[in-house]
Design a protein around this ligand. Sequence first.
Ligand code: XBP
Ligand code: MG
Length: 256
Amino acid sequence: MSNLEALIFDVDGTLADTERDGHRVAFNLAFQEAGLDWDWSAELYGELLAVTGGKERIRYYLEKYNTEFKKPGNFGDFVAGLHAAKTSFYTKLMSEGAIPLRPGVEKLINEARDAGMRLAIATTTTPENVTALLTYTLGADSIDWFEVIGAGDIVPAKKPAPDIYHFVMEKMNLTPEQCMAFEDSYNGIRSSVQSRLTTIVTTNGYTAEDDFSGAAIVLDQMGEPDAPFTVQSGDAHGHTYVNLEMVRHLHRAAHG
Ligand code: XBP
Ligand code: MG
């Protein structure tokens, strides 16, 4: 049996509900600024989430939903430029406090820190976005609470590939048996499960119907003492919100 040493968090959808009112809005602002008439509705964006990574998502949109668009010769630069503008709109939105952390996230992080648990992040989003979200929710110091922040293009293959989790565990010199992952989406759990990580899933509006095969438990949120989670599948062992005791319980159940 391995001891639980670290918690590894996904960001978008897990720490905060950033997609619909954060990333999507920032993409649309970048399109507008560039003089493009593209407008990603909340519904269309749900379909575009099939592909992780903002640059990859723009390409996917043009391949599947806007095939009429005449791509400029320097297409790679064009996409990168649009995406850089999107990142700057996104970080500005965060600085205005547009998106709070999801219920129970801050409580669990604080409890884990007090217990000396090691913390890390494994996300496909751009590093600046992680810094902005943490800074404007938990405070600038919180960036240092995470021993490794694995983000964006640091690995060539984004989720659902397992690469980002491998990267984080290698940097921390930990095995999957020593960690617990937190995810919210199909692409996320494919990535963590392929990395052999036990995974707690908290769903959101975009991911509630996703296939979460391989999850240790699927919840609608982490929950708080006065606002319990709803279990969508799995055994919460009598807990009503995610705390370290519950995380350890699920870890033991998975690893014996
Ligand atoms: C979610 C993603 C990201 C964001 C957009 O990442 O797929 O691509 O939607 O961010 P995760 P960028 O759930 O792994 O945190 O535009 O910076 O890629
Ligand atoms: Mg996610």
